[in-house]
Design a protein around this ligand. Structure first.
Ligand code: PA5
Length: 424
């Protein structure tokens, strides 16, 4: 199970303030579980773990199996919460270099407005067997809708049976994707009404792409179920502690929380976390700005700023107890590079020393930091981490006095953009 180490925040916090925040977090936790807070009609992400729908998991697996057998490429079309979770889990749980031969390549589209990307993607799809999973809760989001229009045309021009290759994931009845799937006979998975986009990775939104990538979605899902059960009590609850410490740091004048990973395959998970916290907390003029770093790579770019720039930063390290990185560093007879002092040690050992040293140095430099430890990078651990952060951000939003489940701010740019596009 997950473990949170917050020792490097204690010198920065007044103990009585932290105690008050912990008490507040316990109250917010009860509010969440009782569905008594703002946006409680959007807490279905928790209900689906309390009462797992194994038949749905089975249906997702069967469809993924068909995709694996038939497709060279699965194009997942979606943006924001309709894409970041699937990408995070797939990146975390597939090999760095070898594409498994028995599963389709998963590519993403509709997550920006680059015409060059779409053009090159259409060229890439030529001659390959393609399935499409178009994912949009509203069915009206511009980026995925435009990408789907072009990719749909490619399928219609290429196959006799395009409708068999298109799977829609959307609201139970509203939106253009429902109209399209009813008219054209596409298969459909539903996104429960009471699950918002950024909380939807454990619905078919995330599960179908993840299962199609050959990942064990049952272990992922039940890892989250285990965490949901473990974090149901306020007693010794690390998600509440995480929310309480962040809240106290915000009150102490900090404005940024940097999620830093030392395993590159977790970078996408950081981007999922970034949306989860950004959209849930960043409203009514409050919230820590969520940012993501991949270490040690980024210690050679923003490391200087983190150590020594404006003191507005807190940091959350996402670490792995057993990262599987048991590659031993070879010794060298002549030791010309002077590295024999680490010969015989593993790369994991060196990476762990880098984390230890960085967390100490950053704390000494005025950056309070916590470390969340995952047991390993497995479907189960990733499922646990997903639930941990969903629970923590809900409590954190209530502590801030905001509705953690809405996102009114994202409409502003759309209004300006659509007026320039001449939308009727
Ligand atoms: O978390 C959210 O609600 C958003 O990020 C949405 O997921 C994103 O805007 C995409 O919306 P939709 O799924 O309706 O296309």
């Amino acid at each position: 199970m997950l473990r949170l180490d917050h020792d490097n925040t204690l010198p920065f916090l007044d103990a009585s303030v932290l105690d008050a925040r912990i008490t507040g977090a316990e109250g917010a936790h009860r509010t969440l579980l009782k569905k008594a807070g703002p946006g409680s009609d959007a807490t279905g992400w928790r209900d689906l773990l309390v009462e797992p729908d194994d038949a749905l998991l089975g249906r997702v697996s069967e469809t993924a199996q068909e995709i694996s057998e038939e497709a060279d490429v699965l194009v997942c079309i979606g943006i924001g919460g309709s894409y970041l979770g699937a990408r995070a889990v797939i990146q975390a749980l597939t090999p760095y270099f070898r594409h498994p031969s028995d599963v389709p390549e998963i590519v993403f589209a509709g997550h920006h407005l680059s015409g060059t990307y779409l053009h090159e993607l259409l060229q890439y799809l030529e001659g390959r067997s393609v399935y499409v999973n178009v994912i949009s809760k509203s069915g009206t989001t511009l980026e995925p809708a435009l990408a789907f229009r072009s990719i749909r045309r490619h399928l219609e021009n290429t196959y006799d049976d395009p409708e068999r290759r298109i799977i829609v994931t959307t609201d139970p009845s509203a939106g253009a994707l429902n109209t399209l799937s009813a008219e054209r006979g596409y298969r459909k998975f539903e996104i429960p009404r009471d699950v918002g986009g950024r909380f939807s990775v454990l619905t078919p939104v995330g599960l179908l792409p993840i299962a199609s990538a050959g990942i064990d979605t049952s272990s992922l899902f039940y890892g989250a179920v285990d965490a949901c059960n473990a974090l149901a009590s306020a007693e010794g609850n690390p998600a509440l502690l995480y929310a309480a410490v962040r809240s106290a740091l915000l009150d102490g004048g900090l404005s940024v929380d940097l999620l830093s990973v030392f395993e590159p395959r977790l970078h996408g998970f950081g981007l999922w976390w970034q949306q989860l916290f950004g959209e849930s907390e960043g409203k009514d003029g409050t919230g820590l700005f969520p940012s993501v770093a991949q270490y040690t790579t980024d210690l050679h770019s923003i490391g200087q700023y983190v150590q020594d720039g404006q003191r507005t930063l807190a940091e959350t390290f996402l670490m792995v107890e057993d990262d599987g990185g048991d590659l031993e560093i070879p010794s060298s007879d002549d030791d010309l590079d002077g590295l024999n002092y680490v010969a015989g040690k593993t790369m994991s050992f060196v990476n762990r020393a880098a984390h230890n040293g960085t967390s100490r140095a950053h704390a000494d430099g005025g950056v309070p930091n916590m470390t969340l430890w995952l047991e390993n990078v497995s479907p189960k651990s990733i499922g646990e981490a997903i639930y941990f952060f969903e629970h923590a951000v809900s409590v954190s939003g209530y502590l801030l006095g905001v509705n953690p489940f809405d996102q009114p701010g994202v409409e502003a740019y759309k209004k300006e953009m659509f007026s320039r596009l001449g939308r009727p």
